[in-house]
Design a protein around this ligand. Structure first.
Ligand code: PMP
Length: 407
């Protein structure tokens, strides 16, 4: 039984306390975006009501306040993922932008015709399309790491794909569609044997698993605040100092320069070199409180409780006639993808919404994975630390009802 006081946790998420379509909201779409902790919202209000100013440039008091808050979050991310230095933390607007930054900047310098980029069959479109664009520009080739029917990476096949032409291995830590937790540490170690650069898409991992970039020993790692009880519009790209320093700038503009003249421009040091223009200042500042929230609970406690929810839901769902789980690895985060025989996934999603239950339907931005599984999409219920077994009961009762209606 969990050591967390879930009712106390729920009090920190006022959004959960509402009715949708006349029923208490059951929010099971956390893999798409988690709800925002109250202290995060309070920080946003504080910023916009009291502290709003642009950062790094001004010498006035408000500019100093917002600069200090912004840089404090960089320090907080540095602790949160245990990077060697705070300068290795680049703010972006999300995982998507973090990966695009690497694909454009690192890719333009280090990818050549015939080089191989390894990604897995499980990837989100944001860890596929930027590499396809980079491959088109450079003549590099994408190779796909195969998976089994449970949604697990085939490690032997992965190791066979690694060779002297492998320049990059880019994989997700946790699959957003199936919840599979991938053996990224072992994959990174294998990639290093052929001197490949490694990028971990940790968008789904960051809210659930303790991330230690030095222990993982990856070159890059990307995450999104909005999946971690934080605000939208904020992401992180972690890059090891030597790797970031070897890369050309991503976008040009203010902040990323040292000196500009018409005869030439010199670029700022990392991380500022990669942060052109005014960022989402208030949101970055507020993101710090989301990491505080997670660390106060502790990743181990969060993972244990979410696993309890997963097991509870799995055992109840298994009794529903026609229930077909998609992705059945025993190494999973709290994501359940499924179909129900003879009921279309969109009908399921709509019926659940009528009951106040929010789930995701469709391909979840993983069309190649859906093609592999020979399905159009799934219904996905994804649990966060504020969800309860009572909510899972409501969800299962609703599903049983719809199955009865359709049979
Ligand atoms: N990768 C994974 C595994 C994801 O789940 C997501 C978000 N669905 C992304 C990347 C993209 O993140 P964002 O939309 O925050 O840029």
């Amino acid at each position: 039984v969990s050591s967390l006081d879930i009712q106390k946790i729920r009090e920190q998420f006022p959004v959960l306390n509402q009715e949708v379509n006349g029923k208490p909201l059951v929010y099971f779409d956390n893999a798409a975006s988690s709800q925002t902790a109250k202290r995060v919202v309070d920080s946003l209000i504080q910023f916009y009501e009291k502290d709003h100013a642009n950062i790094h440039r001004g010498i006035h008091t408000l500019a100093e306040r917002s600069t200090k808050g912004f840089e404090a979050t960089r320090e907080r991310v540095h602790q949160f993922i245990n990077s060697a230095e705070a300068d290795e933390i680049v703010f972006t607007k999300g995982t998507t932008e973090s990966i695009n930054l690497v694909a454009q900047s690192w890719g333009s310098k280090f990818l050549n015709a015939g080089d191989e980029i390894l990604i897995s069959q499980l990837e989100h479109h944001s860890n596929i399309v930027p590499w396809q664009m980079a491959a088109e520009r450079t003549g590099a080739v994408i190779r796909v790491i195969p998976i089994n029917d449970k949604g697990e990476i085939l490690m032997d096949e992965y190791k066979k794909l690694l060779n002297s032409k492998t320049k990059l291995v880019a994989i997700n830590y946790i699959s957003n569609s199936l919840g599979t937790i991938n053996p990224v540490k072992e994959m990174i170690a294998a990639a290093q044997e052929v001197n490949a650069t490694t990028l971990i898409d940790a968008a789904q991992a960051a809210p659930h698993i303790k991330i230690d970039v030095q222990e993982l020993n990856c070159d890059f790692l990307a995450l999104s605040s909005h999946k971690m009880y934080g605000p939208t519009g904020v992401g992180v790209l972690y890059g090891r100092r030597d790797v970031l320093e070897s890369m050309p700038p991503y976008q040009g503009g203010g902040e990323m320069i040292k000196d500009v003249s018409f005869s030439g421009t010199t670029y700022n040091d990392i991380p500022y070199k990669f942060e052109a223009g005014t960022p989402n200042i208030g949101e970055v500042i507020a993101f710090k409180y989301a990491m505080d929230f997670i660390d106060e609970l502790g990743h181990e406690n969060i993972q244990a409780y979410e696993h309890e929810l997963l097991e509870y839901a799995n055992s109840k769902l298994a009794t529903i006639p026609g229930f077909r789980p998609i992705g059945t690895s025993d190494k999973k985060a709290s994501v359940i993808s499924f179909l129900i025989e003879n009921v279309h996934q969109y009908d399921l999603g709509q019926f659940l919404d009528v009951k106040g239950i929010a789930v995701r339907t469709g391909h979840h931005c993983t069309q190649p994975l859906m093609d592999f599984l020979k399905i159009d999409g799934t219904v996905r219920a994804s649990f966060a630390v504020y969800n309860t077994k009572e909510e899972i009961d409501v969800f299962c009762d609703a599903l049983e009802n719809i199955v009865k209606k359709f049979s």
